[in-house]
Design a protein around this ligand. Sequence first.
Ligand SMILES: *Cc1c(COP(=O)(O)O)cnc(C)c1O
Length: 376
Amino acid sequence: MVPFNRAPFTGDEFVYIREAIEANKISGDGRFTKLCNKILEDRFKAQKAMLTTSGTSALDMAALLCGFKEGDEVILPSYTFSSTATAMVLGKAKLVFVDIRPDTMNIDEKKIERAITPKTKAIVCMHYAGVACEMDTIMDIAKRHGLKVIEDAAQAVMSTYKGRALGTIGDIGCYSFHETKNYSMGEGGAILINDPEYNERAEILREKGTNRSKFFRGQVDKYTWVDFGDSYLPSDINAAYLYAQLMHADEINADRMETYNKYLEVFKPLEKKGRIELQHIPDGCVHNAHMFYIKLNDLADRSKFIEYMRDSGINTVFHYVPLHSAPAGLKFGRFDGEDEYTTKESERLVRLPLYYNISAEDKQYVIDCALKYFLA
Ligand SMILES: *Cc1c(COP(=O)(O)O)cnc(C)c1O
């Protein structure tokens, strides 16, 4: 059986996890958490980065930092993971879903402005498959209307837009290090704070509402409960796992790109013939090979393909059921304008197995089976 995903693993994770345990420091904000924060800040030129317990909790923090009030609205795509939306609901915002562009499956920047009302407070953009949203346009809209921009960059660690790391362009960026993402710590994530105004509040929010971070830096002589907060700091054991991954980030990225490019070379001719459609990478965007997807003719074609691959021992998957049509989407939001592409395109898309260290044989087997389906 060729699985859809395997958790990335380099071998060094054991070394660092052992170190964390031997240092008798397995709770949060230990040595490995600090090392990871620093790598994220240096490598991606982030003003401030902090590991969190998940990508979802980074989004929760982002929503809470924005300080929405009852009735405030946020604009987001409907084609995204539930976390993007549910975090905004936690932050008390009402959801306004906007259609996607069929070429990248990202929020259609041309449909954002008409969804803005006097209650709109933020735009949440999700960089699907690690390919950037049209950030210049989105940042310009946000600036003209006085809106915050939150980047759900859960899939986009190592991707860039016009040379800038995704997650560092909006006011706040969120990464995920779940085992299905390019770099992992089992469960975990990071919040990137690009507006320094949020630094202090973010530390307090993450540390149970206390000014403990300030205390550890020696800026206050005792720490106390200062505001509403929660606990968003992961164990240093998880951070040790991530540290190994970040130390091998280029190698992991190169390996994923090799698989991506191999798939691309094989499936490009089928796209030329009009049998399938592939992901479009706009100019100025460098992606991270987070996924390789194919768009088939329609839902029936896709179901047949998934079944054919499954019968051949290959696990291919699709996502997402558009949020505006999900029970919670109906409860917490509305779709602005016409659903021209969200539902139609989401029903055609399927992802092929792509993970760090996929064997050459498995890759070839996926290719052979898929070609058999298409050329039958
Ligand atoms: C994975 C993912 C998340 C959530 O990350 P977790 O670490 O699993 O909480 C959020 N948004 C998107 C787009 C994702 O792909």
